[in-house]
Structure formats: structure tokens, C-alpha cells
Design a protein around this ligand. Structure first.
Ligand code: GRF
Length: 191
């Protein structure tokens, strides 16, 4: 495996909830092969369970809970600039970033989504997939642009839906795949 030889790219991870992807990215970032170091975790929810992973690793945490993301984004952008954050990974972040924000980090924000994009953008993907009797589902890592879940795809993993799958089971199976492809997608971005 290739070892990343340059200085690691200072990265922020944005979360809102459980943070299993954050945990996984933290583990990845500590490996020699990782091109990123996670220097900041931002959450729009101070009760996000995932914050415990950042605390455990002593990664700086920033929490703003404004209802409107646009009202806090200037403040957030200033902090990201001050801290020289160069890359952002969204991992279960439940706010839509404004164009203003995305412009400043153009091509430097990526997201993970639990469906085979461009199918099933938005929320509640597993329920919709099951209701539509799909044979396959999966997950996608993509660049973030001004349209929801519509940026250029970096990596995707397809899985077959089992007869016994329900929302909970599918969520678990897809998350396992998410944890495999998110680091791979980051390696691809910086290869
Ligand atoms: C994941 O399914 C991710 O694809 C979606 O939100 C969920 C976050 O899970 N964007 P976690 O908080 O990383 O466990």
C-alpha cells in the first residue's frame, strides 16, 4: 500500500448525529497512508452522539446550533480559514450548505450518501428503496455542489437487497460499506 508522503491535509468533519463515519475517518486519518488529518469536528447539534469520538481523540470541536445555517456560516468560514482547514468531509451532516459556503471550498467538500446516486437523493433513502422493491442499493461518496446530493461521484458501492432486509438491517449493511468506501474515496481524491 502506498504511504502518503506529503504533509497531511488539514480536514474538518461535519456531523449531526451518531458519527460512525466520523469514528471510521478518525481511525483512517491516523494511518500513515491517510492524506488527511482531522483537526476539527463541527456539529450543528451539541448533543450529537458522534462528538464523543472527537472528545476521545482530543480533536477540537465546534458547535453552533442556529436554525439557519446561513446565519452562522460567515463565523464558521472565518474559523475554518483561521485554522487553515483545507478539506471538509460531511458525515451525516443534516444541514444544507449555502452556495456562499460551497464557493469558498469549491471542490474541497465531499459527502457520503446512503444510496446509489443519482437515485434516492435526500432523506429516508432505505425506506424509499424498500418501498420501490429495488433489487440493489448502496452508498456513494461525492463532491458537494450547489444541488443536493448531485455533485460529481467519487466512489460508489452497490449491494444486493436481501428478502429479509428491513430499514434497520439495510441501514446496518449499507453503513458497513460506507465505512469501507469513505477512506477509499479520500485516497482517490488525493491520488
Ligand atoms: C450515513 O448513512 C450517511 O451516509 C448519511 O448519514 C448517515 C450518517 O451516519 N449521510 P453516521 O452518523 O456516520 O453513523
Amino acid at each position: 500500500m502506498k504511504r502518503f508522503s506529503g504533509k497531511k491535509i488539514s480536514t474538518a468533519v461535519f456531523i449531526s448525529g451518531k458519527g460512525s463515519n466520523l469514528k471510521n475517518l478518525i481511525n483512517f486519518s491516523k494511518k500513515k497512508i491517510s492524506p488527511i488529518s482531522i483537526d476539527l469536528v463541527f456539529s450543528n447539534n451539541k448533543n450529537a452522539i458522534g462528538l464523543k469520538y472527537a472528545k476521545r481523540e482530543k480533536i477540537d470541536i465546534l458547535c453552533y446550533e442556529n436554525k439557519r445555517f446561513s446565519t452562522l456560516e460567515k463565523k464558521l468560514l472565518r474559523i475554518l480559514r483561521e485554522r487553515k482547514i483545507k478539506f471538509i468531509c460531511l458525515a451525516g451532516f443534516m444541514r444544507i450548505l449555502t452556495n456562499y459556503f460551497i464557493k469558498e471550498f469549491k471542490g474541497k467538500i465531499i459527502n457520503i450518501h446512503p444510496s446509489l446516486l443519482p437515485k434516492y437523493k435526500g432523506l429516508d433513502t432505505h425506506r424509499r428503496v424498500l418501498e420501490n422493491n429495488e433489487f440493489y442499493t448502496g452508498c456513494t461518496v461525492h463532491f458537494v455542489n450547489h444541488k443536493l446530493d448531485s455533485g460529481k461521484i467519487i466512489l460508489q458501492k452497490k449491494i444486493k437487497i436481501n428478502k429479509k432486509d428491513n430499514i434497520k438491517k439495510l441501514n446496518k449493511r449499507v453503513l458497513l460499506e460506507e465505512h469501507k468506501i469513505y477512506p477509499k474515496a479520500i485516497l482517490k481524491v488525493f491520488s
